[in-house]
Design a protein around this ligand. Structure first.
Ligand code: ZN
Ligand code: ZN
Length: 575
């Protein structure tokens, strides 16, 4: 059983209890337990076997018992019961952005609304206006939120899909009936959102492999099962297609199912010009026989191309570049030297400075940039001057204890409504680096927001512009901003732009990265970690960076600690 499953369940119980109108302390004890589990570095099995679970502060006896039950049986009776006591549609309403359990409860009790469709209808009839705490504006926002939910139905964050797919592929590879197995589709191309998971495998006894796949513990429902093709739905709702072919067809099918469609069309046209015919089954000459290709590399070579990494297969110039041998040598995870933009328990993180720094050491980082929230970020426990001093003292102590890594003292400063940073000059100059981010007043018009952010970029204390569009994938649209002007300002002032690696953000979007790279703007790949597990999100950032054609030279935190410090210093000398 996975730790992430029980974390999801505990968080959901907290919401359900709130929906039920239970004592807020009870609900909070579940959300706290979820947070505590998240901050523990061990997996679920280890926590239980070492009995560490029962020593964790904040997880009481009754919740601990439930975690044991889930680990042993894969089910939690209390949760199932609680969940079934509400109409299913009510839970779906919670997916509407900015509609929490308290307001859903009011809508249910006062208007009898119990599904998204009923809610939409009630909005159109202006029935929400009669409720306390609701107005024209919130009604409009709910309608917008409903649109958003409709658009994002059956879509999944790449992190969720990757986690599930990797488990399945590992299970397939572990079978001696399987020669090759790989993720394909948009997940392999490292798209930020995926609709389903595609897996390709090769075997000479596909039936047995299909049995293994369909009986995997992650599978909830088998939608289709055949000798060479099956389709299942996992517990987490995502659907998975598995195709199994004989080994000689494997590279062709893997390439075909990796896509993208546009890339495949362009490649087929190229094959045709060369007198070849390309399909998912092979690359056929005029004699009708398929060329033997041991892997994808040989397919590309047969077409006169360098091997194109899956991330680039979008028909956005990669075929031309592969022909001219000018594909970039894409960034790899091991090239990152520093981990920047890390929160701690001083603001809204859950781990201490020492725990986060130790986590970074374990990941092989040579430096870390601590950046908690600034004073105006009340919702996130932003730090006042006196709290900053306390944090710096603690950082100094940790630095002494862990000399193998360099710790930079930074801050994630709110960009205030007028574009100013969130501390007076005399405090700003004390930070080693500053990530400047918008966390409030998202509803500004494009012109005002662009001006606001450019003002922050012009501030010589700003080292990195954080999550430049504020989007939350499958959760919140980006705010309105003219990115062209933002990139130009960053280039002009030597400010780095963040590629926020949190899988819900992945902001700056890969579609703009190539452009930022051409403008010479350093990109900083930051986990924006709020817990130990969050540090590992850098891998999703690297995936997106690759998709945006970035090489190690384009990325700020591939530089060593000295070069990073010099970058921050140079920026500040503009004062
Ligand atoms: Zn932020
Ligand atoms: Zn942050």
């Amino acid at each position: 059983m996975k730790k992430s499953d029980i974390i999801d369940i505990l968080s959901e119980i907290a919401v359900l209890l709130e929906l039920k109108g239970e004592n807020p302390f009870k609900s909070r004890s579940y959300s706290n337990a979820a947070r505590i589990l998240e901050s523990a570095p061990e997996d679920l099995t280890t926590l239980i076997q070492t009995e560490k679970l029962d020593t964790l502060k904040g997880i009481g006896e009754s919740i601990s018992k439930k975690i044991h039950e889930f680990a042993e049986t894969g089910e939690l009776a209390y949760y199932n019961e609680l969940k079934s006591s509400f109409p299913q549609g009510l839970l779906e309403m919670l997916r509407i952005p900015n509609l929490g359990p308290k307001r859903v409860k009011v809508l249910f009790e006062k208007l009898g609304v119990k599904s998204i469709a009923e809610l939409e209808y009630a909005c159109h009839e202006n029935r929400l206006l009669t409720l306390p705490g609701f107005g024209v504006k919130s009604q409009d926002n709910i309608l917008k939120g409903i649109d958003f939910v409709k658009k994002s139905a059956n879509q999944f964050l790449c992190s969720v899909a990757a986690e599930e797919a990797e488990i399945l592929v590992a299970a397939l590879r572990g079978s001696d009936q399987v020669r090759n197995a790989s993720i394909a589709g948009s997940l392999r191309r490292r798209k930020e959102i995926v609709k389903d998971i595609d897996i390709v495998a090769s075997s000479t006894s596909p039936e047995r492999v299909m049995d293994l796949f369909c009986s995997h513990e992650s599978v909830e429902e088998i939608l289709e099962k055949g000798a060479t093709k099956s389709n299942v739905r996992l517990r987490r709702g995502i659907s998975v297609d598995l195709r199994i072919v004989p080994p000689e067809s494997y590279p062709f099918l893997l390439h075909h199912l990796t896509g993208s469609k546009n890339h495949n069309i362009a490649l087929r046209a190229r094959a045709q010009k060369m007198g070849l015919k390309m399909s998912e089954w092979g690359l056929f000459g005029t004699d009708g026989k398929s060329l033997a290709c041991a892997d994808e590399n040989e397919i590309f070579a047969a077409l006169g191309l360098d091997e194109i990494p899956p991330e680039l297969r979008e028909d956005l110039g990669e075929i031309e570049a592969a022909e001219k041998h000018s594909l970039p040598s894409l960034l790899t995870e091991d090239q990152l030297a520093g981990i920047i933009h890390v929160h701690t328990a001083h603001s809204d993180g859950i781990n201490t400075v020492e725990e986060m720094v130790t986590g970074a050491v374990q990941m092989g980082a040579t430096y870390i940039g601590i950046s908690d929230h600034s004073q105006s970020a009340l919702y996130a426990g932003g730090l006042k001057e006196i709290a900053l001093e306390k944090q710096w003292k603690e950082i100094d102590a940790v630095q002494k204890k862990l000399p193998q890594i360099r710790i930079f003292k930074g801050v994630e400063s709110d960009i205030l409504g007028d574009g100013n940073l969130d501390y007076p000059e005399r405090i700003l100059r004390k930070f080693d680096f500053i990530v400047a981010s918008v966390h409030s007043r998202f509803n500004m018009g494009e012109e005002e927001m662009t001006k606001r952010v450019i003002t922050a970029i012009e501030n010589p204390h700003t080292t990195i512009l954080g999550h430049p569009t504020g989007r939350l994938l499958l959760g919140r649209e980006p705010f309105q901003i003219n990115l062209e002007k933002i990139l130009a300002a960053a280039a002009r002032h030597g400010v780095a732009i963040e590629l926020n690696a949190n899988p819900q953000r992945l902001d700056l979007d890969w579609r703009h990265l190539k452009h930022a790279r051409e403008m010479g703007i350093p990109i900083s790949i930051n986990p924006d970690a709020h817990s130990l597990t969050g540090l590992a999100d850098t891998r999703y950032g690297v995936g997106i960076a690759r998709k945006g054609w970035l090489t190690a030279a384009d990325v700020l935190n591939t530089r060593d600690a000295g070069a990073f410090a010099a970058f921050c210093e140079k920026r500040r000398r503009a004062i």
